[in-house]
Design a protein around this ligand. Structure first.
Ligand code: FAD
Length: 499
């Protein structure tokens, strides 16, 4: 076996990012060749409100070998088929951003081009009728794709879970695999002559030394910012929300198999159903409303009786300029925050872990690898950022100063190009490594009111009869699939209800 000088890994922080990292490193690297230590402070606590995910979490779960029913049960999770956006385009309007595809791609082009041709000829069914997840969500149904599903469409989904239970679940997973946990507050880091972190020092004087430090300390960036002063690219001019007020509520109805995001005067309100309660929160911008006013609005629009006092969270949307510096990698909120509109933070944690593992150093930390990591993570953030901005910018709303600002702000060039392409031909030419693909862009841009003028020329090649036949087959497949599905609550009850 070859010599390996990077053996002691120290993770600072035990929120979602810290325990996701600890569980993945514990599983992949193990603790025969490595020591993995996680330091967390109960006194400082975690953000712990992030409860909704996207389907990519399946990859993380499968790498860990997690049993899905057990995971859902232990985290009080529900299944999520997408996000309903209410009042975003205009008051009283709503649309669904589903996981999974619209229709079926044909002849090398997306289904939406065929739908656009059909709609221009007077076809009456909306594009959402050609998406199984949207139809199931409408009927509050859920089922995983059965084995040997045949020609019927797959069901794509993610989870909505209790963040505190998720961290506890991963902690058990990681500790079983030899990850050591230290409770206490880190007060500073000690650097060697070269500038690498050699150890962190705890409030009680203990030192924890390491070869590689993963900063999962949350917004503050205890190591990445306070030691390395990497700087932060502030994206508030594009994503101006900078506060959230959150309150857990009693469950007052069967849990919906989706998250709801309702646009409000100065931001938007989330509703995330779990098995035992419903998460509610208002994400807002203090340029346009105060913390007190936002709290009052949220408390007057709750779904279910509150179970705790409202809690304010403060943040600045943006990204750390570098998320890997010397022997320190920042994962989670310490690396940036884009706001929770499309539930992408946990995904970005997962991507960072995957890239860290793919580029894991052997006997020294290679500068070019670090540069590559930073470039790739930056791409991920830029890419998600533009998709989020589109939700605010493409709207008919101008009823409050907040909506007047976001609908007329200057937007990034890359997004401008996407919007122009989309208007002309119904596609944004998403790259293969873009997180959000054509279906997502179509669902959101069309949902927000931007309907393309034209579509891909290949969609004109088939006859009118053939077009009608294909669309009708797809629609029948979806109707049959959804007819087979039980109610979401019944599915949970049968397979994975929390004790
Ligand atoms: P934190 O949860 O802040 O954890 C930091 C950890 O570091 C804690 O354990 C703390 O004790 C420790 N720590 C800090 N300082 C010290 C110290 N000096 N010594 C020792 N330990 C220390 N994400 C999603 O994917 N979906 C969502 O729906 C979603 N909704 C969100 C809603 C809001 C309003 C916000 C603010 C975030 C949301 N997120 C969401 C993001 C998600 O909550 C975070 O990405 C996730 O929880 C990871 O946080 P973290 O572990 O990086 O930081």
């Amino acid at each position: 076996m070859q010599k390996n000088a990077i053996k002691e890994i120290v993770i600072v922080g035990g929120g979602t990012a810290g325990w996701m990292t600890a569980a993945a490193l514990g599983k992949i690297l193990g603790t025969d060749l490595y020591t993995i230590t996680l330091v967390e402070s109960e006194q400082i606590g975690t953000v712990g409100v992030g409860e909704a995910t996207i389907p990519m979490i399946m990859l993380y779960n499968s790498v860990l070998g997690i049993n899905e029913d057990e995971f859902v049960r232990e985290t009080n999770a529900t299944f999520k088929l997408g996000i309903e956006f209410a009042d975003w385009r205009r008051l009283g309007h709503s649309y669904f951003h589903p996981f999974g595809k619209l229709g079926v791609d044909m002849d090398g082009i997306g289904f939406v081009h065929y739908w656009l041709r059909w709609a221009k000829q007077g076809g009456s069914l909306g594009y959402a009728s050609f998406n199984a997840e949207t139809q199931a969500a409408r009927e509050q149904k859920f089922m995983r794709t059965p084995e040997g599903a045949g020609a019927l469409p797959n069901i794509n989904y993610a989870f909505q879970f209790d963040a505190a239970r998720y961290a506890a679940y991963l902690r058990r997973f990681a500790e079983k695999r030899g990850v050591r946990r230290i409770e206490g507050k880190v007060v500073r880091a000690e650097q060697d002559d070269a500038g690498d972190i050699g150890s962190i020092v705890m409030e009680d004087g203990r030192r924890v030394s390491g070869d590689l430090f993963v900063d999962c300390s949350g917004f503050r960036g205890l190591l990445i910012e306070e030691v390395f002063a990497t700087g932060y690219d502030d994206w508030s001019h594009w994503l101006p929300v900078n506060r959230a007020v959150a309150v857990p509520c009693e469950k007052n109805a069967p849990p919906l198999p989706y998250t709801r995001a309702t646009a409000r005067e100065a931001g938007w309100q989330w509703r995330i159903p779990l098995q035992h309660r419903t998460g509610n929160g208002y994400v807002f911008c203090t340029e346009f409303t105060s913390e007190d006013e936002a709290t009052e609005k949220l408390m007057s629009r709750l779904d279910g009786a509150p179970l705790a006092d409202p809690r304010i969270l403060r943040f600045v949307t943006g990204v750390r300029r570098k998320t890997w510096v010397r022997n320190c990698v920042a994962i989670g909120l310490s690396s940036g925050f884009l706001e929770p509109l499309e539930s992408t933070s946990i995904h970005l944690i997962q991507v960072a872990i995957a890239k860290l593992l793919a580029m894991f150093p052997r006997d020294r930390i290679d500068r070019s690898m670090v540069a590559r990591y930073n470039d790739e993570m930056r791409f991920e953030y830029d890419n998600v950022r533009d998709f989020l901005i589109a939700h605010y910018y493409v709207t008919e709303r101008n009823d409050t100063p907040f909506w007047r600002y976001v609908s007329s702000m200057a937007i990034p060039d890359a997004l401008q190009e996407k919007l122009e392409l989309f208007s002309q031909r119904g596609e944004v030419m998403a790259k293969h490594n873009d997180l959000f693909k054509e279906t997502s862009w179509f669902a959101v841009l069309a949902g927000q009111g931007l309907m393309p003028e034209s579509y891909h020329p290949v969609a004109d090649v088939i006859s009118d009869d053939e077009l009608r036949l294909r669309l009708s087959r797809i629609r029948t497949g979806i109707t049959e699939r959804v007819a087979q599905m039980p109610k979401h609550e019944a599915f949970i009850e049968q397979h994975c209800a929390a004790a």
